[in-house]
Unconditional design. Sequence first.
Length: 292
Amino acid sequence: MTSTLYRQIQTFYDSSTELWEQVWGEHLHHGYYGDRNPQNLDRRQAQIDLLEQLLQWVETCGNATPLSSNTQVLDVGCGVGGSSLYLSRKYDTKATGITLSPVQAQRAAERAAEARRSGSLGFLVADALNVPFTDNSFDWVWSLESGEHMPDKTQFIEECYRLLKPGGTFVLATWCHRPISESQGRLTASEVQHLSEIYQIYHLPYVISLPEYAEIAQKTGFQNVKTDDWSEAVAPFWNDVLNSAFDPAVVLGILQSGWETLRGALAIGLMRDGYQRGLIRYGVLCGTKPVV
């Protein structure tokens, strides 16, 4: 099942990444809008703003490792290297990015070379549940919208913990579903069906709630675990995506990129509606690995 899922994810990103980069640039993730009018905010700037908001928020996590030229970062689900490059440019950090997509890994390496950062940045195809590095290798493990693809969330968090040096910082931003509680109830049949349709199109095994992520992180051993729900701040992103899809050049690109990219485009409305009904949530989490 896992090997089939990984092939599906690889095929999806191999076929769609070129078009996404042409339309949106180097950042393959949500934008942060806050209470600003999306019509007055460039969508690429919103994506950079999400990175900045995340970095500022992590500073409040407690004992977060400062980013500097001595910092080794693992970028899990690196896309075309946008986050790694951003951190490298701003803090002169060293970063290793991993992805299931050979197309993304190659493009990330090309972007690093274009930015003259090849000596500080490296990218490879790797399984995030079995990363080919020894224990205690990184000061930061940074996962921006890749947790939703993990077929075993607990193993994923445990692997991130293993790779961190004692005192290291874990940063996670991921798609979630709404919390399940006595007051809010379990997911309804309609919600389950809605999620199922998203899973099929984006090749997601399943998503969990943000409180569940926090519980896993705490049980794994992370300290100073902090979470926040940024759903309202990022939800306008999908209206921006929908608007961009009506550009004739984008429509042509979708058709030329093949069925996988077309299916992804058809899911835009599902994601937008999922946020609107409160089902899809955007969760952020940070924590530190204790110093023994």
